[in-house]
Design a protein around this ligand. Structure first.
Ligand SMILES: [Mn+2]
Length: 384
């Protein structure tokens, strides 16, 4: 392969378009930023929404089709569906994560087909991925917000899709993982949870639904057993001994950041996977972006110095999703008002691409056939 052009996209020899590549030799229309529309195509319609630049058109995740209606999801049965949970009424400190889903969706310069270099796969060749839109959250009502997030995630999970939920503060993991536990029953759910914080307090200033308490609610409610709730990346100065004692009583397992420093992330995460799957069949992966060092992910509500590198977290997501049956995932606590140069939103976005790519690689490993390159994706029948 040449350094400046691909073998399937030769440069025209002459004419006004001498430095533009032609449609590839298979005759396919454009499916990415390096494919030109067919000769003679009307420039107005030459590129569909999927292949237009990421900053043009509908801001769905990766320009994937919006399929927001529960009945349309049930009919289509996508493999993966992005869900927004734009909710931050339950934060204890800096707010802003309600803007997380928008920021994560737009933190991409890619349009059209994408190719995972570490996994060697074009994920949209193997998986039907859609954007199911946002839960219809309104502010100033935690119970209502959690209720609509739970219903939205349940609609997606019941369609057979793997929900990938964009937070939102971490309180949304309580309704989200509860919905997933309900959808996968009677199979049992384990949780692998990346975070600087345990989020297993009983209450925050008396509120049981804060972003410091969702893990306790999930265990108390029976959605997941404590011994299959495994945390990675904890550090800093919280929680106190009383909460840690409660966690130990539940059989929760946690891996401090200092253990990653000593043993390396890969070995620690291998243990976390085994512990989460010690009984359950499927995994919910919850990624609080504050597990990354705030120097590299400043846009978050409760930054805690001394965290993981983005490259460690991206590798960890590939490791987890490559090793388990993933029931759902969330990426939470991206607070764009505190972000700089979109670095936090970009890290969150890439966590999701890593998960989608690892899911695609697992599909390929089963011997399944590719679903083919995504063509026109404007799904006007799917509604809002
Ligand atoms: Mn958290």
């Amino acid at each position: 392969m040449g350094l400046l052009r691909t073998a399937t996209a030769p440069v025209r020899a002459a004419g006004g378009d001498a430095f533009r590549a032609m449609t590839d030799e298979t005759g396919r229309g454009p499916r990415g930023i390096n494919d030109e529309a067919p000769a003679g195509a009307d420039p107005y319609t030459a590129y569909d929404d999927f292949t237009l630049p990421s900053y043009v058109g509908l801001p769905s995740f990766q320009k994937l089709p919006w399929v927001t209606d529960a009945a349309a999801l049930a009919e289509r049965r996508p493999d993966v569906a992005i869900v927004g949970a734009p909710f931050d009424d339950a934060v204890s400190h800096r707010p802003g994560a309600r803007f997380g889903p928008r920021a994560i969706r737009q933190a991409s310069y890619h349009a059209g087909a994408i190719n995972s270099l570490p996994l060697g796969i074009e994920p949209y060749d193997w998986l039907d991925v859609v954007d199911a839109g946002d839960a219809p959250v309104t502010p100033m009502d935690i119970e209502r917000g959690h209720a609509v997030i739970r219903r939205k995630v349940l609609d997606v999970a019941r369609s057979g899709a793997v929900p990938i939920v964009l937070g939102g503060d971490h309180s949304i993991t309580f309704p989200s993982a509860s919905a997933v536990a309900e959808a996968v029953a009677p199979r049992r759910l384990g949780i692998v949870h990346f975070d600087a914080h345990a989020d297993a307090a009983n209450s925050t200033w008396g509120n049981l639904r804060s972003h410091g308490t969702p893990m306790r609610r999930l265990i108390e409610s029976g959605a997941v057993s404590g011994r299959n709730f495994v945390q990675v990346g904890l550090r800093g100065y919280w929680p106190g001994a009383e909460t840690l004692d409660w966690m130990a009583e539940q059989g929760m397992r946690w891996h401090l950041m200092s253990e990653i420093e000593e043993r390396g992330a890969e070995a620690v995460i291998a243990d976390a996977i085994a512990q989460a799957l010690d009984g359950p069949e499927v995994i919910y992966l919850s990624v609080d972006i504050d597990v990354i060092d705030p120097g590299m992910a400043p846009g978050t509500g409760t930054p805690e110095p001394g965290g993981m590198l983005p490259r460690e977290l991206l590798r960890a997501v590939r490791q987890v999703v490559g090793a388990v049956e993933l029931a759902a995932m969330d990426v939470v606590e991206v607070a764009p008002p505190f972000d700089h140069a979109e670095v936090t939103a970009a890290a969150a976005h890439r966590c999701i691409l890593e998960a989608i790519s690892a899911l695609a690689a697992r599909r390929r490993e089963t011997g399944a056939s590719p679903i083919g390159h995504r063509e026109a994706v404007s799904d006007t029948s799917a509604g809002g």
